[in-house]
Design a protein around this ligand. Structure first.
Ligand SMILES: Nc1ncnc2c1ncn2[C@@H]1O[C@H](COP(=O)(O)OP(=O)(O)OP(=O)(O)O)[C@@H](O)[C@H]1O
Ligand SMILES: [Mg+2]
Length: 613
């Protein structure tokens, strides 16, 4: 249990975390552009208003310069202000400054609020789409990706994008506008200082380029190093009881400290390289100010610039050097968000499960096939299931679990599947759901098999003869699973599995028919269907969870019902109840019972014995 981190992360069953290197790919930029596409009008408007705001606020330096020149027009070092300021006295200059500051202030507020709101909304669409896609990934992805790694993408990586889009993006753009506005306004005040600004831009850009590779790779390593500790933490919390029972707390704590230690080292190295970068920036700023001061004295003495315009230019140089420095520091922060986009984009472009399709509302990467939102399928009453020469394994490097399996189940027939532990019973069920795509063979219900072709066709096109959409195919099969799974929510939410949403009357009628009404009414403080279910049904016993899963399955009225060791967690009385309920509610339906106990399979028409697939 005390293995080093590197040994733990390398596994035959787990994929290695993808580590990005080099420049950001074009996909990252394309995804970012797509994120803002639905909001382009408001984004462009906000940017324009933002530019006006910065021009107004910074032009106060020019106006003050002209005001100073107008006060000392007769001195040798003062030049006359431009003609539009003819007749301007102190009052006029004060009014002009107040108006310009007022406009700048209002525009700036609009820009900041609007860009933050738009950024937050745009980034949420990216989150929604990635969630939608991940839910359609093949099961192999979930088998081979530790949960902590997925959680880390949806928490820390998303947080870095959201943080940037929700606020600092405005800061970053504001600084870019400051730079442009400064260049324009400074050229108006005195052209002599433009080369200094350009020199400053070049020097800061050079520094940025010099430090970027180290900082970028540090940030990527840090992002990747988060996943193992999150994964380990999640696993520890889930297994807290067992860890206590076996007294393994020390081992788990050591492993966690190990992982957090390496995470802290990555974080420190990121912090060190950004401090290093800031230090170099500060040196360049100091040198530029020295250069401006010395050249300014010479320019005024030789009469090349007026005292007013020198003051304006000096203000600008002061502003501009800190602005450029901050701009490149923010650019580094912006890159952190880009690392998050890169990691999100990686999920955005992963292939969906075979036969899976996105709803038409899906926005990103239009080439991926999408489908209309699910229509109400007219569910057949019973199903003829045909399994034809089925071969299945969980990965190309793993052994066969099902080998050339064939059988047909006529409508209303009841089949028992028996076999030793690990013989492949649950795997057969996964295959029937097409959770794993069989290497060979065909599965069909009533002559219809799911369309697994990954053509980039739109699902609005009529399907080929004998084909059905994967989600519609799955809806025809109801399952009482071996591991009864419930979700956080009310009992009602857990009982209604499909979108049709059974009414309360229907739910109570079902509960009554399987003798669960009294038990449900006695739950909690008589909350009935509103009884809260905790994460993974933690506040119910395994047997109670199994009974709820049974009611859920019957309510979905599927023509083919499968029970996988459904009696494993319940007492003999409840088992009798389940067997009786099965008989009543599967009358006229096709039924598959996976069981160890012969008592459960007594009523079946046929028995399938599985032995190592
Ligand atoms: N996700 C998976 N990845 C790799 N191998 C798996 C996976 N799930 C099951 N297996 C392997 O497939 C084989 C069959 O497992 P399966 O769960 O189908 O057995 P079972 O007949 O349902 O057993 P039990 O009676 O214990 O429920 C086992 O050897 C198991 O190790
Ligand atoms: Mg099983």
């Amino acid at each position: 249990m005390n293995q080093p981190v590197s040994a733990m992360t390398k596994s035959r069953f787990l994929d290695e975390e993808v580590r990005f290197s080099g420049r950001y790919s074009k996909n990252v930029v394309a995804t970012l552009a797509e994120t803002f596409r639905p909001y382009r009008t408001i984004t462009i408007l906000s940017l324009l208003v933002g530019m006006v705001a910065r021009l107004c606020l910074l032009s106060t330096a020019n106006i003050s310069g002209y005001w100073a020149d107008s006060l000392c027009q007769n001195a040798a070092y003062c030049h006359a202000p431009p003609h539009i300021f003819n007749g301007f006295g102190n009052n006029e200059f004060l009014w002009l400054l107040s108006i310009v500051i007022g406009i700048g202030f209002v525009c700036n507020i609009f820009f900041r609020v609007s860009i933050s709101r738009t950024g937050a909304k745009a980034v949420s669409t990216l989150y929604d789409e990635v969630t939608m896609r991940v839910s359609r990934f093949p099961m192999e992805f979930f088998d081979k990706t530790p949960v902590g790694r997925i959680m880390s993408r949806f928490s820390s990586d998303y947080a870095s994008i959201f943080r940037m889009a929700g606020g600092p993006l405005g800061e970053f753009l504001g600084l870019a506008f400051d730079l442009i506005a400064t260049l324009i306004l400074m050229s108006l005040a005195s052209f002599y200082y433009v080369p200094i600004v350009l020199l400053a831009c070049l020097a800061y850009f050079g520094l940025y380029k010099l430090h970027t590779p180290t900082m970028r790779s540090g940030r990527r390593q840090y992002a990747a190093a988060r996943s193992p500790s999150v994964a380990h933490f999640a696993e520890t919390v889930q297994g807290a009881r067992l860890i206590k029972v076996y007294g393994k707390s020390v081992n788990f704590t050591d492993r966690f400290e190990n992982q957090v230690g390496s995470l802290a080292r990555e974080r420190l190295s990121v912090a060190f390289s950004s401090q290093h970068y800031s230090f170099h920036m500060a040196i360049v700023t100091a040198l530029l100010l020295l250069l401006t001061g010395l050249s300014g004295i010479w320019l005024v003495k030789t009469g090349r610039v007026s005292a007013g315009s020198l003051a304006t230019a000096f203000t600008f140089i002061l502003i501009v050097s800190t602005t450029i420095q901050q701009f490149f520091e923010w650019l580094a922060n912006f890159e952190e968000a880009l690392t998050g986009v890169e990691r999100f984009d990686h999920y955005l472009r992963r292939p969906l499960e075979a036969g899976g399709a996105l709803p038409l509302s899906a926005q990103y990467i239009p080439s991926v096939r999408r489908t209309k939102s699910a229509e109400a399928v007219t569910m057949p009453k019973s199903a003829e299931l045909s399994v034809d020469h089925l071969w299945l394994r969980y990965g190309p490097e793993l052994p066969w679990v099902l080998k050339d399996l064939s059988f047909t189940l006529r409508p209303t027939e009841k089949l028992a599947i028996v076999g030793r532990t690990g013989s492949g019973k649950s795997s057969l069920i996964q295959a029937l759901y097409l959770m794993y795509v069989p290497d060979e063979g065909r599965i069909s219900i009533n002559g219809l098999s799911p369309d697994l072709s990954l053509a980039e066709a739109d699902h609005r096109e009529p399907l080929k003869a004998g084909k059905i959409r994967l989600d519609e195919f799955r809806k025809m099969i109801g399952l009482i699973p071996q591991d009864p799974t419930l979700f956080q929510g009310t009992l009602r939410d857990n009982l209604i599995a499909d979108e049709s949403g059974a009414s309360d009357e229907k739910i109570w009628a079902m509960l009554r028919s399987i003798d669960l009404e009294h038990w449900v009414k006695s739950l909690g403080q008589g909350e009935g269907l509103d009884y809260p279910i905790e994460e993974r049904g933690g506040n119910l016993s395994a047997g109670e969870r199994q009974l709820i899963c049974m009611a859920r399955c019957f309510l979905s009225e599927c023509p083919l019902i499968i029970t996988d060791e459904a009696t494993s967690a319940i007492d003999p009385a409840s088992e009798e109840l389940l067997v009786k309920a099965l008989e009543t509610h599967t009358r006229g339906r096709t039924l598959i019972i996976v069981a160890h106990r012969l008592s459960t399979v007594r009523s079946c028409d046929r028995v399938l014995w599985l032995d190592k697939g």
